[in-house]
Design a protein around this ligand. Structure first.
Ligand code: HXC
Length: 291
């Protein structure tokens, strides 16, 4: 990311302590970079300690500050509890970014129960487990915090060919609105970002294998391009940083109006594929899983 394009002043996030799930790679890493650059202490979790340590070292080498990696599969509520215990040894969190996700394109009739669970256990259950574990501690300790969940515009219209993700993210959208109200009195606020296309390695491998994918084509976007990472990071900092405390219960799209133009979904590019094309894509995607 070009950090010179961050619109906020150095030191804005001094004293903040933020957990970014899935912060070792992709969008999570970019947001983590912005937070540490602006003064926050950042904790990142993901499945691979090596990757997390590498990211933490790179971000601290570039910006100073403190970034700590915690290996944790958020499908496991016990592992989350242990991870948050470790985070708390550094001090209480002031913010959580629910960014960790899993997704792959598939015809729904080709999914097994395990395939559905692989996505919903991460996105739907895992996100709630993290939020619940942190929320309980904050309530007990009478502390304020900001929560941000990374969703998609499919929370408003669903999307063909990514049904477990669309269902799960819509559930987290409901969580965002519900807890914004229920836990507002504890000084916790809940918002979400619905990003359009911000290309990352994991997303391209699982959502447009071989270049076949839904909204993977820049020309389909009204702006003729995809998103730039600093644009996403600026919105995340605005929502997580001090000064926006009354923004609560909102899901904000950042997609160049792709949602208004074409729904931001996968239907257009995928509905005409046949059995052989789907089989080839499934093989390509499975070859990249667990990377
Ligand atoms: C059909 C599939 C499949 C595929 C996996 N499965 N890939 N079914 N088509 N392409 C099935 C398997 O056959 C198995 O079911 C079950 O899913 C679990 O598969 P595993 O490979 O064992 O899963 P696991 O190693 O746990 O990997 C989880 C994963 C993987 C979610 C499948 O993709 C992953 O680790 N993803 C994390 C990162 C990620 O996805 N990033 C992109 C997020 S983008 P059976 O029945 O055979 O046992 C995003 C929003 C993008 O979330 C928005 C863009 C606009």
């Amino acid at each position: 990311m070009d950090v010179s394009k961050l619109m906020f002043r150095e030191g804005l996030m001094d004293g903040e302590r933020i957990l970014v799930t899935g912060g070792g790679t992709g969008l999570g890493r970019e947001m983590a970079e912005a937070f540490v650059k602006l003064g926050a202490e950042v904790h990142i979790c993901g499945r691979r300690q090596g990757k997390l340590d590498e990211t933490a070292e790179e971000l601290m080498a570039a910006h100073g500050g403190k970034v700590v990696g915690h290996a944790c599969d958020i499908r496991d509520a016990g592992a989350i509890h242990e991870m948050i215990d470790n985070v708390w040894t550094h001090g209480p969190l002031t913010g959580v970014v629910n960014n960790a996700a899993g997704n792959f394109i598939s015809r729904t009739e080709d999914l097994s129960v395990n395939g559905f669970n692989a996505i919903s256990d991460i996105v739907f259950r895992g996100t709630f487990y993290v939020t619940l574990d942190v929320g309980k501690r904050l309530i007990a300790e009478k502390r304020r915090a900001s929560f941000l969940s990374i969703l998609t515009t499919w929370v408003w219209n669903g999307s063909a060919f990514v049904v477990p993700s669309a269902m799960s993210k819509a559930g987290i959208n409901a969580m965002t609105q519900s807890l914004a109200v229920e836990w507002g009195r504890y000084g916790m606020r809940f918002n979400a970002i619905a990003p359009g296309l911000f290309p990352t390695k994991g997303m391209s491998a699982r959502l447009s294998p071989g270049g076949r994918g839904g909204n993977s084509n820049d020309a389909m976007n009204p702006t003729g391009r995809h998103g730039e990472m600093h644009e996403l990071a600026n919105l995340a900092v605005f929502l997580m940083g001090p000064g926006a405390e009354w923004v609560n219960g909102q899901t904000i799209a950042i997609d160049g109006a792709g949602y208004q133009a074409n729904g931001g979904t996968f239907w257009g590019a995928l509905h005409s594929l046949g059995d052989e094309e789907w089989a080839a894509m499934r093989d390509m995607i499975k070859g990249t899983n667990a990377q």
